[in-house]
Design a protein around this ligand. Structure first.
Ligand code: UD1
Length: 339
């Protein structure tokens, strides 16, 4: 198949584009490069030994997107493009709703006009909000607690309505838990702009000497070691989940939702220990107050994805940290490190 990947030069998009190429699909990336660089795609092509097509277009530019659809004749879309910083979304809600929700509506209109009605959407476990019930299962009520999360929830609603109105749409809503790690080659990985918001990229930058120490947000949670528990998932496993969802949509209509997680939780201190072991030296940290809006424990029930897609995550926390570390060590300044 020929797959259009929005946000394909970003962290999860680049790993998924590689997986698509390796599986023999043709890939067309659309990205406005606001939060990523084309270097990731150079490296994806180098790893795959195959070319992909790239168009620097913003999803809100319907004319530009129509031109891409006319030129490329794609079969399906994997939609990653979106803004994703929680704090920034609280400060700039209109920017978030316009880009994420508005950009998706524009994309869906262009897809519909070109009779492309298969979409895999990059949603997030953030749609469950600060649910105290674990594991999280797909049928639980959604209750995102910040504008970023609400854009994901609203896009899920829009796609559900579109699918209900027109049975020709085939849609997968993939709710990612905490994607970490990197391709084992160390050539592609997460390259956050500015101070990382998420744990793993922050830990990696401390380990490589770019930052002094990790602040552990809260050590008084009701968990065995007092720190927050999350379901970290290797980005290569996550990428494979997208291929499994695409294959499913080739055979089934309708709108479907799946958690993509391992089903296991790890605490912040467990992550620090695993990363220190991978890096071969202790990563310094300090306890700090809880971060507002954080749940104590979040992990997936991934059994639906296994039952429906035959997909499950196989990589361990140690592998996630080893691969994340290889990427960070080889590219201390991310893609700006060069070569
Ligand atoms: C965060 C976002 C979520 C988003 C997800 C993926 C918040 C409140 N939630 O989820 O909406 O979908 O990222 O982008 O921002 N931690 C530290 N020190 C740090 C950073 C994190 O101790 O410097 C802790 C957190 O308290 C948490 C765990 O590490 O217990 C994971 O944090 P993070 O990587 O930010 O992911 P989430 O909070 O799960």
């Amino acid at each position: 198949m020929k797959i259009l990947v929005t946000g394909g030069s970003g962290y999860i998009g680049s790993h998924t584009s590689l997986a698509l190429l390796e599986a023999g699909h043709d890939v067309v990336v659309v990205d406005n490069l606001t939060n990523s660089t084309k270097t990731s795609l150079d490296r994806v092509q180098e790893l795959a030994g195959r070319r992909l097509a790239f168009h620097q277009v913003d999803l809100l530019d319907e004319k530009g997107m129509s031109a891409v659809f006319e030129q490329e004749q794609v079969d399906a879309v994997i939609h990653f493009a979106g803004l994703k910083a929680v704090g920034e979304s609280v400060d700039k809600p209109l920017y978030y709703y316009h880009n994420n929700v508005g950009g998706t509506i524009s994309l869906l209109r262009v897809m519909d006009a070109h009779e492309v009605r298969t979409m895999v959407f990059s949603s997030s476990a953030t749609v469950y909000g600060a649910s105290e019930e674990v594991p999280l299962i797909e049928k639980m009520p959604l209750d995102a607690v910040n504008p970023y999360g609400r854009t994901k929830e609203q896009i899920e609603d829009i796609l559900s309505d579109v699918g209900a109105a027109d049975p020709r749409w085939n849609v997968a809503l993939l709710r990612y838990f905490n994607p970490v790690g990197a391709h084992p080659s160390g050539r592609i990985g997460e390259d956050p702009t500015g101070t990382p918001n998420n744990l793993l990229p922050f830990v990696a930058q401390v380990a490589v000497g770019r930052r002094e120490k990790v602040m552990v947000f809260g050590n008084d949670y009701p968990t065995p070691d007092g720190t927050g528990i999350r379901d970290y998932i290797h980005v290569v496993d996550l990428a494979a989940g997208h291929l499994a969802a695409l294959e499913y949509l080739a055979r089934h209509g309708g709108v479907h939702r799946w958690n993509l997680g391992t089903g296991d939780g790890s605490s912040v201190l467990e992550v620090l220990a695993a990363f220190s072991a991978a890096a071969g030296h202790d990563v310094p940290y300090e306890f700090a107050p809880r971060r507002p809006g954080d749940a104590a424990v979040s992990y997936a029930d991934p059994s639906s994805a296994l039952a429906d897609l035959g997909w499950s995550a196989t990589r361990t926390l140690d592998e996630m940290c080893e691969d994340h570390w290889r990427w960070q060590k080889d590219n201390p300044q991310g893609y700006a490190s060069g070569a």
